[in-house]
Ligand binder design. Sequence first.
Ligand SMILES: Cc1ncc(C[n+]2csc(CCOP(=O)(O)OP(=O)(O)O)c2C)c(N)n1
Ligand SMILES: [Mg+2]
Length: 334
Amino acid sequence: MPEDSEERNKFIKAYTAMVLSRTLDRKIVTSQRQGRVGFYTPTMGQEALQVGASMAMETADLIYGYYRDVPLMLHRGVPIETIINQIMGNDSDRAKGRQMPSHFSSKEFNFMSVQSPVATNLPLATGAAYALKYQKKKNIVLATFGDGSSSTPDFHAALNLAGVFELPVVFLCENNGWAISLPVERQTKVEIWTKAEAYGIKGVKADGNNFVDTYEKVNEAVKRAREGKGATLVEATSFRMGPHSTSDDPTKYRTENVEEGSEKDPIVVSEKILKQRKYVDDKMIENIKSRTHKLVEEKFNECEKISPPNPSTAFEGVYKNTTWMLKEEVEDIL
Ligand SMILES: Cc1ncc(C[n+]2csc(CCOP(=O)(O)OP(=O)(O)O)c2C)c(N)n1
Ligand SMILES: [Mg+2]
């Protein structure tokens, strides 16, 4: 085993982030069923493509992500507590529970606050990329979204202007095959990556089940953006192995599913890749899984002990100086 190979370390870090995300996913979904968590959008099935994309990014690059981007955030270094506290909406949550669960943000890691209306992050990403180009900065922007989100006016506006102004932005479509209960074939007639041509930007397709393939394709797009060569649309194909959210029952509309541990499970695919290169063996994999399980249990229990935000915080953070109207409202309510 090549002990200190840079690639080996990178790949093990990638695999560990995927396992961490999967373990956290299972914990949150189970806890939601136990009434300990209100709502969550599981990521199961999309771990490899997100981690592959994250491997191509630097922390100074801006991410305009969406509600299913936990693996990407964890690989980037966002602490697991940030995710759990947000889901719980407790006092340690940066947004003090004002956002819906799964609507993450991390100022430290340049992960912008997730918005509920799908694809509304895309014009913001284009705008941010315009600003970076205007300021002659070398950082770039990554925007993520689902297959369903490509059928929106915001997708069109964002890609169109990114093309016109040759902006440093990578649009990563996480095609998991479904927009809640609508299969992708009922949503669009052509492959999503081919739509790039209409906007004069580059379009590529990646095997989102293979983190190396996604890394290579996104890395190429990132390089182009950094070199001032403009935007790229990357479509990474994957599976939504779980429900759309904890409020969804896919057995009502889906007959086939990719099961955990099956050949198509991106964690299984990643294990094969790492084993083929002799970067890990079964014992190391078991070790990573048990360490991760322990970490998730510990952190989850710690976060659960944090109290809810003080109701008075609901009035903070909007105005620099409290207005008289707000003062009156605070007096009425508290
Ligand atoms: C503008 C808008 N329309 C509809 C919705 C309701 N909605 C929430 S998630 C979702 C499906 C999105 O599917 P996709 O973009 O493929 O992402 P996925 O959830 O599959 O990752 C819809 C229709 C919304 N949030 N915003
Ligand atoms: Mg989808």
